[in-house]
Write a protein that binds this ligand. Sequence first.
Ligand SMILES: Nc1ncnc2c1ncn2[C@@H]1O[C@H](COP(=O)(O)OP(=O)(O)OP(=O)(O)O)[C@@H](O)[C@H]1O
Ligand SMILES: [Mg+2]
Length: 333
Amino acid sequence: MFLNLQNISKKFSNNSVLENINLEIQKGEFFSLLGPSGCGKTTLLRIISGLEHSDSGNIILEEKDVTKLTPQQRKVGIVFQNYALFPNMNVAKNVSYGLEIKKESKDVIDRKVKDVLKKVNLSHKENASVSELSGGEQQRASLARVIVNEPSLILFDEPLSNLDYALRLEAREELKRLQREAGITSVYVTHDQGEALALSDRIAVMNKGVIQQVGSPKDLYNNPVNSFVSGFVGHYNIFSSEESDEIMGITDIGKDEALIILPENLKIRKSEKPTNIQLKEILYNGSFTEFILKTQGKEIKSICFSNEKIAEFVIDDFALLEFNPGKIKVIKK
Ligand SMILES: Nc1ncnc2c1ncn2[C@@H]1O[C@H](COP(=O)(O)OP(=O)(O)OP(=O)(O)O)[C@@H](O)[C@H]1O
Ligand SMILES: [Mg+2]
């Protein structure tokens, strides 16, 4: 095992931010910490890097206990959300800075900087000032600055969140390619479930400082263990015992359980007669359409792909639900 977090806990004043975190990360793995704002992702990343210390627990990196080591002693690179580039230096200088501190020879520095700029497609911007770079280029420059030091572990803290949507998708693809080619073990923090699903080998879903589930993207999406993970990762519809009975017509759900179904597995049929389910919103998305329905004060979501036939709906239409009982899951509340 490459990185092992053992019983990590952290409080700020009396506020418990991380509770007994245990994780095992393999060499070369792209591992994400996914959770809502304030759940402790950055704090955990800072503890792994050495910028912050935990109150208890140990961090084992490549068989070595690094719990008490400084960031410099850990051979860990960090890419921050705001890139933290030096604004008064050009791209090449930003990238070479770490090597100069290590007193590498000029030849070695020049070669390494050229290589890494080529890798991130920034060779043509070598002499540009970082303030002249686009958001995506800045993101690539900050990655180059980290890769050039050949860290054994890279930590990413929401590195794509400053980019607009189209650029974010492009940068996501680029990042995945670079990580795969370089084979550097990566721990990636995000609150964006789509990003985590697309990039990661495995994901730890966190809520309020506690790990809820660890698994591959497919695992988490298809087999969430509780209602937090099902809501956060899959945007499942979640029904309590009573709601299952009243809305889905399923009576055997226990009080401490919930019934869940993915929006794409919940289909709607138009009803000419009034029913207790009414369409409230239609969100067209290109390859699919989301239908937001309301029943007894509860909102539910149905997704229809563009290649599926569905009746023309208008807002306030009455609907009936259709689903394959095999697609329903029962989880802990
Ligand atoms: N230095 C600090 N002093 C006091 N409280 C802190 C400190 N750093 C973080 N916290 C608190 O710890 C909790 C977790 O913060 P953290 O930054 O780890 O969350 P996060 O999951 O990264 O959130 P986001 O997605 O918004 O970046 C928050 O309630 C935050 O206010
Ligand atoms: Mg954060």
